[in-house]
Design a protein around this ligand. Structure first.
Ligand SMILES: Nc1ncnc2c1ncn2[C@@H]1O[C@H](COP(=O)(O)OP(=O)(O)OP(=O)(O)O)[C@@H](O)[C@H]1O
Ligand SMILES: [Mg+2]
Length: 665
């Protein structure tokens, strides 16, 4: 049965993280799509702005230059169009020498500029009017050239500033991710963290590069235009200004209407993307159960709905321009009418009027632009806030990074010890632990392992086996009790030193993009090629590696997608085997390997384990039978302990697990 639309939307929206939103290409900074994509309001805009400014600090001189260029390009554009006024006046006088013309102050200045250069050209051409006009055109060309150059320079500089500062933010974010605790990753899904890198940082870039510059140049244009207008004619200026509130009102109204549909549009987009991602990654399962048609049906529902919502949202976004444009025609008409009257009665020059009409038309533009950019700006600030929240999250070991669930002591209180090496005598005493403060996972775990001993954990799924081993290398800090190695409380040891001494094969296999050799060497970067091979042999990986196309130089991609599950595990074992750590943890290290290979590995590893403390977790009991001690865990408690024979003789839980049957009577 295919699910209904509202059901689908609800399900896929709850999983639709921002990352999935990011899968859709943006629509450019100002477009409706972009505004929809950048939702949210910053909580503390001022602090965030200051924080961003601290990233801009190294570029402050360039910044000053950018502002200067912006100023220059705006002023040249304003003054350039003003040069038309004296030209028109001059031509009017040529046609109608007795015209009653009294130029305003800016017109006189512009006229003065032209006259300053006009003499030689006038003499050359022998015509006063032609000389004047030609000179003016040349001056105009120079002014616009300066304008173009400064715009170019400004764009280049701003790009280098924004990319540079975004690069630093990205670096800080990545560095912090390396330092965050496992606990942090537990509570922040991968998708969420990825969207900090993609959407949020992109938005900061867009903000610095586009919004900020258009905001500043908008303000400069607004002020500049106003000054030119008021010094030319205050009556006409008044008319233009009177219409401004109308523009703001209209813009606000349309903006509100369109933003009402952005939320639903976003939700629909999230659902479509979530659905897409799930079906792409789950393609095999879809085929296994013949769900293709149903998927298409469900997708069509979602896709249809998205189109409807996008239409509503983007319609209002698109209608904004024409409405504003047409409204500005009203100002235009009134200005021309009143201007004409002023020209006839008050000696307003024809040049001033024509320039003024142009100004009054573009006066509304910066206002529009500013109101549009504000939304983008706030959304980008909200994104920046989320990025800084990750950067500010406490690193492993810092206060607040690992709130102790049942805490009795703060890890920071332990006196720091710095032994040069460890032998691997591990002792746990009355250890309690919980991932969340209200649910205890481990209770009163006590055990010891001497160097060279092999301790096995068995127990049903979810009993807490992985959890115990995650405490040894301080992925998590314990709530109560103590864990010591060679008598040192692990909380007194340097984290990096501790982890160097505990080699682990984690339950989830993970390989990085790179050659097989590099992946094995990950366990000890200074290992020689011979040592890499030796480790691979120990892990029974050598023979299959040799059968790969390029042997040890075969490049693995996508977490070793070109290998079998068991082969991936063998490489994980080799990676741990190459390390010189005195403590070795193998968590279901051979669960996907056939029993024959497993026995091979055991054989090879025996030499490796001989002088190491080894903790083994396995469901296959053949793997654990030769351990010095076997701990049977159930619901976070050690319910039985002893060696294989003792435990079998006890006919308890271990016997049950091992023989697969309960002892009757
Ligand atoms: N990161 C976590 N956050 C919260 N609870 C967790 C977390 N990891 C494990 N748990 C819970 O802790 C309990 C013990 O999990 P653990 O992974 O230690 O089991 P396990 O014995 O290794 O099981 P398996 O044999 O399936 O690997 C489970 O009930 C599980 O739900
Ligand atoms: Mg486990």
């Amino acid at each position: 049965m295919a699910r209904r639309l509202d059901e689908l939307q609800k399900q896929y929206n709850s999983m639709a993280s921002d990352q999935k939103r990011g899968m859709m290409p943006g629509r450019g900074p100002g477009g409706p799509g972009a505004r929809g994509r950048m939702k949210g309001k910053p909580k503390n805009a001022k602090a965030t702005v200051l924080r961003i400014m601290s990233y801009l600090k190294p570029y402050r001189f360039r910044f000053v230059l950018v502002f200067f260029c912006m100023f220059l390009s705006t002023v040249t554009s304003l003054f350039g169009s003003y040069m038309l006024a004296p030209i028109i006046n001059r031509l009017t006088l040529a046609v109608k020498p007795d015209a009653d013309i009294s130029p305003s102050r800016p017109e006189q200045i512009a006229d003065g500029v032209i006259r300053f250069f006009v003499d030689p050209i006038e003499a050359l051409l022998g015509s006063e009017v032609l000389g004047y006009v030609l000179t003016a055109i040349m001056i105009l060309a120079v002014i616009y050239l300066v304008g173009v150059l400064s715009t170019y320079l400004q764009a280049r500089l701003m790009l280098s500033i924004s990319l540079g500062s975004v690069q630093s933010i990205r670096n800080d974010l990545f560095c912090r991710l390396q330092k965050l605790s496992v606990r942090y990753y537990d509570s922040h899904p991968t998708g969420e963290l990825m969207s900090r890198f993609t959407n949020d940082i992109d938005n900061i870039d867009v903000m610095l590069n586009n919004s900020l510059t258009s905001l500043v140049s908008g303000v400069i244009t607004l002020i500049g235009t106003f000054i030119f207008m008021i010094t030319t004619n205050w009556v006409l200026t008044l008319i233009t200004v009177v219409f401004v509130p109308l523009f703001i009102f209209l813009g606000g109204m349309i903006g509100k209407r369109s933003s009402r549909y952005y939320g639903p549009q976003q939700a629909a987009l999230g659902a479509v993307n979530g659905y897409m991602e799930e079906t792409v990654s789950g393609q095999k399962v879809i085929k296994v159960f013949n769900h293709e048609e149903e998927c298409v049906e469900e997708f069509k529902l979602l896709n249809n709905d998205m189109r409807d919502k996008q239409f509503k949202a983007q319609f209002w976004g698109g209608v904004m321009g024409p409405i504003m444009g047409n409204t500005s025609q009203i100002t235009y008409a009134v200005t021309v009418g009143v201007g004409g009257a002023l020209m006839c009665t008050r000696g307003l020059t024809p040049g001033a009027l024509s320039v003024f009409v142009g100004y009054s038309r573009q006066f509304a533009m910066p206002i529009n632009m500013i109101s549009q950019q504000m939304a983008t700006l706030f959304a980008a600030l909200a994104g920046a806030e989320r990025v800084f929240a990750v950067i500010d999250a406490p690193a492993e070991g810092e206060a607040g990074a690992d709130p102790i669930a049942f805490g009795d002591k703060d890890p920071a209180d332990f006196p720091k010890e710095s032994p040069t090496s460890l032998r691997g005598y591990v002792k746990m005493e009355h250890v309690d632990f919980g991932y969340l403060s209200d649910r205890k996972i481990l209770s009163d775990i006590s055990l010891y392992a001497k160097p060279g001993q092999k301790i096995a954990f068995v127990g049903s799924t979810g009993a807490g086996k992985t959890t115990v081993t995650n405490l040894i290398n301080r992925f998590y800090d314990i709530g109560a009790g103590s864990i010591t190695i060679d008598g040192y409380d692990i909380r007194s040891l340097d984290r990096a030193f501790l982890r160097k001494n505990v080699a682990m094969v984690l339950q989830d296999t993970n390989l990085f993009t790179g050659t097989v050799r590099e992946n094995i060497r990950y366990g000890r970067p200074d290992a020689t090629d011979e040592e890499v091979e030796e480790a691979a042999r120990l892990a029974s990986a050598h023979s299959f590696i040799m059968r790969l196309e390029h042997g040890y130089d075969t490049v693995l991609t996508g977490n070793g997608a070109n290998l079998s599950q068991g082969q991936r595990q063998l490489l994980n074992i080799a990676r741990a085997a190459i390390s010189h750590a005195p403590i070795l943890v193998l968590d279901e290290a051979t669960s996907s390997v056939d029993t024959r290979t497993e026995r091979h590995i055991e054989h090879g590893m025996e030499r490796l384990m001989a002088n190491r403390t080894t903790f083994v977790i396995a469901h296959r009991l053949s793997t654990v039978r030769n351990a010095n001690a076997i701990m049977v865990l159930e619901n976070g408690v050690i319910i039985e302990r002893g060696d294989h024979d003792t435990l079998l003789a006890m006919k308890g839980r271990y016997y049950e697990l091992y023989t697969g049957k309960k002892e009757l009577a």
